[in-house]
Design a protein around this ligand. Structure first.
Ligand code: NAD
Length: 429
């Protein structure tokens, strides 16, 4: 649920910050629309012999800094506008952390939970058949996103290789390890978010043991960030997934909650039927309630547009770490600033995923696999360097952390565009 069209929202933010940061008009013009967008109809054979049609998208938003990069989402609410907004955010994100990539994104409007395993494989392969000339290791490199995973990336890589008749692992990241995946890719988004939260905590004196945390969305990103925060001493008092949430004042043991979710399929049921239910006093809460809890740190890690002008006034957490992409609409974001709620923006906080995807792509091209320690150490280095840079901008230019991240990204993209010449250059000024 967003306040306005999610794509218009994303462009408006670029225009506003671009103007405030003195970015050349050529850069903002280049980011008002996607470079290329492919829409396809996927006709997929169902197990009962019938054929169903699904709308699929792939967007290469802007490639000034390198080939485009971004995940593929399988979700019933996927739209063209959502894919374009996500691709624009990827463009900003890759520039914030200094990766040699532009931004892209893909999606299929489908409820994958309603498909059998074989139907899901046919759908994944159909997606890659439709996109096989649009993606590639030097043009556009997909990865997992909501409701897609390593196995799906493996099927897609295999389909691409069958079409092009050669092994090309660098066409897609987030693959299973034996098919060329990188160690540490599964936890990368959560670990990156953890590094960013710790960098912030260190600067403002936030103490883990006095920090109560609520996490919305207990999937890949939400689980790993919750796990790492708990290991560092933070108290995770609330967690939710698409079916609802649970709250416990004394905090949850994330590892056992995760194990139970794997077997029961949801966090809500887990605490009613699983053994943890007997050891932790808890109550069921809705996703809306979770967002409005009086906690010290709120971590939206599910979908975009969950904090809007409708509920912004009821958010009580003084700090929000955006692990999901775009969880706060632009209008609600202004209210966060007015209410002095600090937001660690998505374009930095969840950049760990694309950073380790970049490591995977590099390893595939080198034909040399790194150790888990190397991956973790390099990830931390990339994110702390990015945080340092934008914290400096945030302090010296007196702008929000989000505005600092956008300003840094837009300036980098602007430099790449300028290197090929702008009006000033050609008119001899
Ligand atoms: P995932 O599919 O592993 O998990 C999504 C989780 O969100 C699931 O637990 C699901 O039950 C829950 N969910 C869905 N609808 C919900 C709702 N309405 N309310 C509460 N929970 C809901 O996906 P993921 O990869 O963890 O992605 C989560 C977010 O993180 C997305 O916004 C994604 O774009 C972003 N992200 C992911 C990565 C990555 O590498 N996986 C990288 C960057 C950003």
């Amino acid at each position: 649920m967003s306040d306005r069209n999610v794509f218009e929202d994303a462009v408006t933010r670029v225009e506003r910050i671009g103007l405030d940061a003195g970015v050349a008009p050529e850069t903002v013009d280049a980011l008002r629309q996607p470079g290329a967008l492919l829409t396809a109809d996927l006709a997929v054979r169902m197990d009962d012999g019938s054929t169903r049609h699904f709308v699929a998208y792939r967007c290469r938003y802007n490639d000034a800094l390198g080939p485009t990069k971004g995940g593929i989402r399988f979700h019933p609410d996927v739209t063209r506008e959502e894919v374009m907004a996500l691709a624009l955010w990827m463009t900003i994100k890759c520039a914030v952390v200094g990766l040699p990539y532009g931004g892209g994104k893909g999606g299929v409007a489908v409820d994958p939970k309603g498909l059998s395993r074989l139907e899901l494989e046919r759908l994944s392969r159909a997606y890659m058949r439709a996109m096989a000339d649009f993606v590639g290791p030097d043009t556009d490199i997909p990865a997992p996103d909501v409701y897609t995973n390593a196995r799906i990336m493996g099927w897609m890589a295999d389909e691409y290789e069958a079409i092009h008749r050669k092994k090309t692992p660098a066409v897609i990241t987030g693959k299973p390890i034996l098919l060329g995946g990188s160690l540490g890719r599964d936890e990368a988004t959560g670990r990156g978010a953890f590094v960013v939260i710790q960098e912030y905590a260190r600067r403002v004196g936030l103490e883990p043991e006095n920090t109560r945390v609520a996490v919305q969305g207990f999937g890949n990103a939400g689980y790993h960030v919750a796990r790492l925060l708990q290991e560092a001493g933070y108290r995770i008092v609330a967690v939710s997934d698409s079916k609802g949430g649970v709250y416990a004042d004394e905090g949850f043991d994330i590892e056992s909650l995760w194990e139970h979710k794997q077997s029961a399929g949801k966090v809500e049921g887990v605490y009613c039927t699983g053994s943890v239910c007997e050891v932790v006093e808890h109550r069921k809460i809705s996703n809306e309630e979770l967002l409005e809890l009086e906690v010290d740190l709120l971590v939206p890690a599910a979908l975009e547009g969950v904090i809007t002008t409708e509920n912004a006034g009821r958010i009580r957490a003084p700090l929000i770490a955006e692990v999901a992409n775009g969880p706060i609409t632009a209008e609600a974001d202004s209210q966060m600033r007015e209410r002095h709620i600090t937001v660690l923006p998505d374009v930095l906080t969840n950049a760990g995923g694309v950073t380790v995807s970049y490591f995977e792509w590099s390893q595939n091209r080198q034909g040399y696999a790194w150790t888990l320690e190397e991956v973790r150490e390099r990830l931390e280095r990339v994110l702390t360097r990015a945080f340092d840079g934008l914290w400096h901008l945030h302090q010296t230019e007196k702008v929000s952390i989000r505005d600092a991240a956008y300003a840094m990204a837009l300036r980098r993209i602007g430099e790449a565009i300028e290197a090929e010449g702008t009006r000033d250059y050609f008119s001899g000024d």
